[in-house]
Design a protein around this ligand. Structure first.
Ligand code: PGA
Length: 256
């Protein structure tokens, strides 16, 4: 499977000029078939970034509402954003779930995104770890609920990002280890296999996200059992984001 490196710009940067600068810099990455690179940008920058879009970095969105139109003040719908033809969208990021998105909302978004040929990157992850494995059940529920009604033929267009909330963002308690990542990656593959069969399950990219940086990215990629990364803060630092992509390309060449 090809690797998938996704930047989540979150509510950054604060001006369009800066957004265009970041995109221009990261899109200097050499395009390769083996590593797909995506920048999930704020919707408000979509149109301008798409004008300078390069094949090396695909454009994704971070969130959109599943109802096409309606009384949802301040929201953009998947149908609206679809006219810009983003390749990917996050769905169920913990920061959006915190603002009220339920598993049902995430499921509706996934179905609506697929209907518009936008590939969902479904984010799952526990708030805290416990010793009884309840966090595993929580991840299972999130995945099963998000994928309700998804047809087998669409499964290859989905990615699952494991993002333990305790390891994300500026409030992270600590960084996850590759062992913790590997455990969940194997478990996610098993959940997908039980739902859709081994062949389909093996087509789903499983990503890790949570304070990924230039120092630990390759450890997760090589020892964490994942097919890619979802990078927040460091995706806004072009030289760091480019380094992670280039290191991934190099590691694939060495592995051959
Ligand atoms: P972080 O964010 O890399 O800044 O922890 C990851 C994410 O929330 O997607």
């Amino acid at each position: 499977m090809n690797k998938l490196i996704v930047g989540n710009w979150k509510m950054n940067p604060k001006s369009l000029v800066q957004a265009l600068q970041i995109y221009k810099q990261i899109s200097k990455i050499k395009k390769t078939n083996k590593v797909q690179v995506v920048a999930c940008v704020p919707n408000v920058y979509l149109a301008s970034i798409l004008k300078i879009k390069k094949p090396s970095v695909l454009i994704g969105i971070q969130d959109a509402h599943y109802t096409p139109t309606g009384a949802e003040t301040g929201q953009n719908s998947v149908a609206m954003v679809a006219s810009y033809k983003p390749a990917y969208s996050l769905a169920g990021h913990s920061e959006v779930r915190r603002r009220g998105d339920t598993d049902t909302d995430v499921n509706q978004k996934v179905l609506e995104l697929l209907r518009h040929k936008i590939k969902p990157i479904i984010c799952v992850g526990e708030t805290d770890r416990d010793n009884d494995g309840q966090y595993l059940q929580h991840i299972k529920n999130q995945i099963e609920n998000a994928l309700l009604g998804v047809a087998k033929k669409d499964i290859k267009n989905i990615a699952i990002a494991y993002e333990p909330i305790w390891a994300i963002g500026t409030g992270a308690k600590r960084e996850a280890t590759h062992v913790e990542c590997l455990e969940v990656a194997i478990y996610v593959r098993k959940i997908l296999t039980d739902l859709f069969g081994v062949k389909n399950a093996n087509e789903v990219a499983i990503l890790y996200g949570g304070s990924v940086n230039t120092r630990d990215a390759m450890d997760f990629m090589q020892n964490g059992g994942v097919d890619g990364l979802l990078i927040g803060r460091d995706s806004l630092i072009p030289k760091d984001f480019i380094k992670i992509v280039n290191d991934t390309v190099i590691s694939l060449k060495i592995k051959k």
